[in-house]
Write a protein that binds this ligand. Structure first.
Ligand code: ADP
Length: 226
């Protein structure tokens, strides 16, 4: 089976004046449908790893394959297309637009695919049903709880059925009960590959695989085979 994500010998050194080595010699293979938690102390390289997996940053060495395709020779517009078609992002802050309805917040995420408005709304409706918010489509973000807002953000990320969902501390702004709901949702996305950063052991434990970073290297991997 083709790996959903594959890193080989990946390193990331930020340029002077800082010249910080954020990642060193990272090999990681994530198969389609896997759910992976990335843990590690602050500064260990988690966000850098997620940015590289999401093609938001380029590595200084090594290769990044998304669904079998090597991204190293791609131009920036080609990488934008990879993100628009294959990758969804969820963050600790929900980044919803307050002046738009829930439905339009989700539909707007599909603009980068060049999809007509009616199709965008159709996909957005399906995604909101998937996250259990069919009854909130006409609400504004301010009328929702934190957990519901994060579900809208997840609906936006998965509306285009990306192969991969990358989440940076998706439960960081939520109480325990809402956090648990979000984790249950992320773990139940079926064939979507999920990689999430978390400081919460319960969240990490709910994922199928746990990897831990220390000083820019993978020091533990419950999946092991990478
Ligand atoms: P984590 O997400 O685990 O806290 P990061 O990936 O954010 O770790 O950071 C790893 C290291 O790289 C840290 O030492 C951080 O200060 C450094 N770093 C992150 N982003 C930048 C940047 N844009 N420029 C310079 N150094 C950076």
């Amino acid at each position: 089976m083709t790996a959903a994500l594959e890193l080989r010998g990946v390193a990331k050194t930020y340029p002077p004046p800082t010249t910080v080595t954020a990642l060193s010699d990272v090999d990681l293979t994530v198969t389609a449908g896997e759910t992976v938690a990335v843990t590690g102390a602050s500064g260990a390289g988690k966000s850098t790893l997620l940015s590289i997996l999401g093609t938001l940053e380029r590595p200084t060495a090594g290769t990044v394959r998304i669904a079998g395709t090597d991204t190293s020779t791609m131009s920036d517009p080609q990488l934008s297309a990879v993100r628009a078609w294959h990758i969804g992002f969820v963050f600790q802050q929900f980044f919803l637009l307050d002046h738009l309805t829930v439905l339009d917040n989700v539909a707007t995420g599909l603009v980068y695919r060049g999809m007509p408005a009616a199709a965008r709304r159709e996909h957005a409706t399906r995604a909101l049903e998937r996250v259990g918010l069919a009854g909130r489509m006409r609400h504004r973000p301010a009328q929702l709880s934190g957990g519901e807002r994060q579900r809208v953000a997840i609906a936006r990320a998965v509306a285009g059925r990306p192969a991969v969902l990358l989440a940076d501390e998706p439960t960081g702004n939520l109480d325990t009960a809402n956090g648990r709901e979000i984790v249950r949702l992320l773990a139940s996305l079926g064939d979507t590959t999920v990689v999430l950063i978390t400081h919460n052991a319960a969240v990490a434990g709910a994922m199928g695989r746990q990897i831990r970073l220390e000083d820019g290297r993978i020091v533990d991997d419950s999946g092991g085979a990478a």
